[in-house]
Design a protein around this ligand. Sequence first.
Ligand SMILES: [Zn+2]
Length: 356
Amino acid sequence: MKNMKAIVFSEQGSAEVLQYTDVPKPMLDTHEVLVKVEACAVNYLDIHARRNRPEIEAKLRREGTPHILGSDIAGTIAEIGDAARGVTVGDRVVLAPCIPCGICSDCHRGAENLCDTQELIGFQTNGGYAEYVKAPAQNAIQMSAETLSFVNAAAIPIAYLTAWHMLMTRAQLRPEDDVLILGVGGGVGSAGLQIAKLTGARVFATASSNEKLERARQMGADVTINYKDTDFSKIVLEVTNGRGVDVVLEHVGAATWDQSIASLAKNGRLVSCGVTTGNIGTINIRKMYQKQLTLMGSALGTVAELRTLVHLAGQGKLEPIIDRILPLHRAGEAHLLLENRQNFGKICLCPRETEP
Ligand SMILES: [Zn+2]
């Protein structure tokens, strides 16, 4: 069989540009593996890519073939290139979402998330909204057959890796810390909540609806704040008797920046991975140095971190929140749900009619 089913688009636009059709199966290079996709999680980045990201427009123009989205992929190894090592046909794997160059100084010191020429599967390359996807063999991370479902595994890479690198590697979250997680209903937010609870920290969480906040409380959030009703920094300061929180997980950007800074305690650390509401924020420099604040950026994470996360999920210590599972051909519906923020946790697409 040379063809496969996939969701593709040839021009950027609304969810209607997504088409379910037959396309050629990927051809393998010698160092690559072919993965039979069992589950692919949808990310907000997919929507930006579909709408207007220039990298996608350039790829469509350059290659003259439709693009396939999908960066969060779990499945089984179906074929192996001649030079690929460390995998066997039939292995259950999660794919590390980034393909780093492997030869620059950042790659050599294990910080491949800083590699200037790294490519994201489903972004610079074709992704997992398909029956099959190809990737370098070293991107395939083995997963436990007994304890981790394909759907849960597919929910891990981007959201959990981002949240883990932010909280554990960058902000060095400690059990005695108070941490504020913005947008707890989203992928990074709900992953951040679970990771923070795993460390024992006290978690403050914001969301846009009381229903989402109730879910967050069930997952262990200690203090929940509806940001539609109120300035969340005021509640944070009230609950902490004016002290503030030690760590803020920020991914909203311009709309929340002032409140996020105002929520920080002395010696507080703000870690940011996104700017969905705008790139520019200001800061009172005097207050920053007097309070000895640390502002840091964070971008995805490393393969070593992803292995840790897959291991923790296999042990049941992290349980990805799945909003719903949809068949691949309903990818457009998945995008609309995400665009309208109607989800709590991840939406996963499955190419097979029956759930894996
Ligand atoms: Zn590199």
